[in-house]
Design a protein around this ligand. Structure first.
Ligand SMILES: NC(=O)c1ccc[n+]([C@@H]2O[C@H](COP(=O)([O-])OP(=O)(O)OC[C@H]3O[C@@H](n4cnc5c(N)ncnc54)[C@H](OP(=O)(O)O)[C@@H]3O)[C@@H](O)[C@H]2O)c1
Length: 252
């Protein structure tokens, strides 16, 4: 067993991609600090990895909670090697009802959640020999998609923030990978009531993310065909894009 990633903090580790990454990293012998709002879902992992898994309740959208939690982490662990900022939600908008609460919830978790963790958690990496941040964006950031007014906007803001951070960190020893998945089969997508092209099984997504992490890739994007289609959509004339995307809106 290799301790490739050292001590790893994973947000949103109670389900989906976060849970899967946590299980894999624990199996490989790493120390995992798993956080989520509901950590009861981590019980089965905890009984299997008693000395390697540390679970804490944390709502990443709450700035003061994140600040306090990072202070506690520093006291207990002194050094974190890898932060996987994965916690996220997806709330769609049913136009013309521009649900402002849903807009705020998307932004608070997906954008502010990551910003909070980096603002208060970056210092935790300073004692690591190979400090590494991984943050989960989404292919939704590439082009404005129907119903994604809140989710897509939060991921576009996040993506911009992370790209800027990559430039800021360029001369430091802190590496940052942005993960840009298309559709992955998790609890988050289980509630989607529309066709999800090129849906990736969770196990496969986990393998792709870990392979990308091993190479410290600046961006880990998959599935490549969906990424390509969305990039093409973002480049074609605006009128044509709006026409094509409007055809995907279902009639009520
Ligand atoms: N699945 C996809 O197709 C897909 C595609 C692109 C990007 N992503 C991104 O990948 C990440 C993981 O998604 P997933 O599909 O694995 O979803 P998931 O199965 O719903 O898991 C989301 C995780 O985030 C946690 N979480 C949600 N709000 C939180 C908050 N305020 N504070 C702390 N933890 C919070 C949840 O735990 P609690 O509820 O217990 O807090 C859960 O552990 C998200 O950022 C998502 O946007 C997913």
């Amino acid at each position: 067993m290799t301790k490739k990633w050292g001590t790893v903090w994973i947000t949103g580790a109670s389900s989906g991609i976060g849970y899967s990454l946590a299980s894999k990293l624990l199996t490989e012998g790493n120390i995992v600090i798993a956080t989520a709002r509901d950590i009861s879902k981590l019980k089965s992992l905890q009984s299997k990895f008693q000395n390697a898994l540390f679970c804490y309740k944390l709502d990443v959208s709450n700035e003061s909670d994140v600040q306090q939690f990072c202070a506690l982490l520093y006291e207990r662990f002194t050094c974190i090697d890898t932060m996987i900022l994965n916690a996220g939600i997806c709330e769609y908008i049913e136009w013309p009802n521009l649900d402002l609460q849903a807009m705020h919830r998307n932004m608070s978790t997906n954008f502010w959640g990551v910003v909070n963790c980096i603002a208060y958690g970056l210092n935790l990496l300073r004692n690591s020999k190979q400090p590494y941040i991984v943050a989960i964006s989404s292919a939704a950031h590439i082009v404005g998609l129907p119903r994604a007014e809140g989710y897509g906007a939060s991921k576009a803001a996040l993506h911009y923030f992370l790209q800027t951070l990559q430039v800021e960190l360029h001369k430091s020893n802190v590496k940052l990978s942005i993960v840009t998945p298309g559709f992955v089969k998790t609890e988050l997508t289980a509630k989607n009531d529309f066709p999800m092209p090129l849906l990736v099984p969770l196990e496969k997504a986990t393998t792709i993310i870990l392979q990308g992490m091993s190479k410290r890739k600046p961006e880990i994007k998959f599935p490549i065909l969906l990424i390509l289609i969305l990039n093409i959509l973002s480049m074609i004339p605006d009128k044509l894009r709006n026409l094509l995307l409007s055809k995907t809106i279902r009639s009520k």
